[in-house]
Design a protein around this ligand. Sequence first.
Ligand code: ATP
Length: 299
Amino acid sequence: MTTETRLRIAMQKSGRLSDDTQNLFKRCGLNLNVSDRRLLAHVANMPIDVMRVRSSDIPGLVMDGVCDLGIVGDNTLEETALERELMGQKSQYIRTSALNFGGCRLSIAMPESFNYQGIKSLDGLRFATTYPQLLNRYAKANGINVEFCLLKGSVEVAPRVGLSDGICDLVSTGATLEANGLVEVEEIFKSKASLIQTSTPLCTEKQSILDTLLPRIQGVMKAKESKYIMLHAPKDKIAQVSALMPGKETPTILPLAGRDDLVAVHVVATETFFWETMEQLNALGCNSILVMPIEKMMG
Ligand code: ATP
């Protein structure tokens, strides 16, 4: 296959999304060697090339059709789209699939000493942020005006050094905010990683590679959220045991060699299986309760 017919995917070279993205590719069966410094890494066993770049470059590369696909945070995607719209540049893309990693929120945070009385108390203030477009859209939608100072890193120190009144930054646990004496006052955007695709239709060869890859990506995500549960249950408690199983799947009931009183119950649980449920099952007389990760799922 020529370079023109190999599917080109952009991913973050290093940072918060790169390990999860690499792991996703690996679990999809892509044999990718990213240990060298090359910008373009070739997948050995599929006609796919992976372009390793800064996260902030990924939306533009996909929107301009340089890459066919990209894996990027919704925050970066939306900020770039707004910025490009403002500049009259091409900002179309297709969100092919939401992914289940990279979760965070873009929030406004103020110093602990600030007397926050609702969104209107932020009117006319100055915020340090990497996401001026998202901040501006939120401010406008809430009828306030804000100023911003653009920072690409260490946003949380800006109020302390007198650069801004508050910040608008990504938060996951809130520990960084707390360590810097800041309090989250408004959540303005919820984000996760997404697989995006160029809005230009792919050629037949590339579309057929994507048709193979996409069910694998979805299978990996479904497997990550699912668990395989196995246990031994008293035969006369099957109805109560089945009712305790999370998710909508019907359990498989199997006989146990040499035991008339017990059966084996197997089920794929697509919802969280809590310790409390295990304790309830135990109290019903179940034993050998195993909760196992699932590597791949299809169908
Ligand atoms: P790059 O340096 O590659 O242009 P970046 O500065 O946004 O991008 P990272 O800090 O690695 O790099 O963040 C990459 C993405 O990870 C973010 O855009 C966001 O979607 C996601 N993310 C998840 N949790 C957090 C968090 N707590 N803080 C920042 N980003 C997070």
